[in-house]
Design a protein around this ligand. Structure first.
Ligand SMILES: [Zn+2]
Ligand SMILES: [Zn+2]
Length: 307
């Protein structure tokens, strides 16, 4: 789906994954919001760890809205064990303030918890946009990833995990899920705690007519956005034999598809790039990554096509 580039509205820049002193972040919620706003973000979601040890916080960021900046209520949800025995981490943006808490006292799984997939499904039913958080950091297996049937997206890039453990990536998990036919989108996030250089490194650019929580959430759920560390995506036109990608100045435009299918075009200050699709004859989906000369990336969501 690429129609949103030409649809009415504009792109709003937002961070969907952030922590504060309500859980294990080191800044007060108001200061976190102030910093994102001062850095030119249009919106953010404060997503503290939804655990009993923190009193199951869903930060009330409504007072931080105003003057062109808005917030979406959310949390990082936890319940149940992944295959490796660690607790699930599930990002939920757009939760109601009275979302029913799971039985998740702390960062370790306990008996009689709902599973991660059950909690994700409950969050989606309550209206949230749900993403599988930091698959590489978590050590997520494919069985784990497949089991979250309710998720809208996978974190393709988590800036906190990049800085804190050099495990930022979700592309491997995402591409295997896409190749199984799961129509998941992707997000880049900060997962900022402000305890290390873990902020302002990955965000989403959401196309909507208004910068309101409702409009942003609708666009997130419909996939009307892209993810970035810097470069802008301005248009994607998929033809029968080529895809044309309009961007801010970049050095590489790369198309990825099923299995080993990929094609790259490299150049200087490219803003309109055509990539041949010969290698994607057997791929029902393609997605696009661009890289600028500073090494910063932007990523489209997967585009599904007739083959
Ligand atoms: Zn996490
Ligand atoms: Zn987090």
């Amino acid at each position: 789906m690429t129609d949103f580039f030409d649809a009415p509205g504009r792109f709003w820049r937002g961070n969907l994954h952030t922590h504060s002193t309500l859980s294990d972040g080191i800044l007060e919620p108001a200061e976190v919001c102030r910093r994102y706003r001062a850095e030119g973000y249009d919106f953010m979601a404060l997503t503290d760890h939804y655990l009993g040890m923190y009193g199951y916080p869903i930060a009330d960021t409504v007072p931080m809205r105003g003057n062109g900046f808005t917030t979406i209520l959310g949390a990082e949800l936890h319940s149940g064990a992944m295959e490796n025995g660690d607790l699930w981490h599930i990002l939920a943006v757009g939760l109601p303030a009275d979302f029913t808490a799971p039985n998740a006292p702390h960062f370790r799984p306990v008996a009689d918890q709902e599973t991660g997939p059950e909690l994700a499904a409950r969050a989606v039913a309550a209206g949230a946009f749900v993403a599988i958080a930091h698959p590489q950091w978590s050590g997520l297996t494919m069985n784990d990833a497949r089991s979250i049937e309710a998720a809208h997206a996978v974190e393709i890039y988590n800036h906190g995990c990049a800085m804190g453990c050099d495990r930022p990536d979700g592309a491997h998990t995402l591409d295997l899920l896409l190749s199984e036919g799961k129509r998941l989108n992707l997000i880049a996030t900060d997962d900022a705690h402000f305890s290390e250089p873990d902020h302002f490194g990955g965000w989403v650019m959401v196309k909507a007519e208004e910068n309101t929580p409702e409009a942003l959430l609708a666009s997130l759920k419909s996939g009307s956005y892209y993810s970035s560390q810097g470069p802008e995506l301005r248009g994607i036109e998929v033809g029968k034999t080529t895809v044309r990608v309009r961007t801010s100045a970049v050095s590489s435009v790369i198309v990825q598809g099923r299995a080993s299918a990929a094609t790259a075009v490299h150049g200087h200050s490219m803003t309109e790039t055509e990539v041949r699709l010969d290698r994607f004859a057997a791929s029902p989906w393609i997605r696009i990554s661009v890289i600028d000369r500073a090494g910063k990336r932007a990523w489209s969501n997967a585009i599904w096509r007739e083959i």
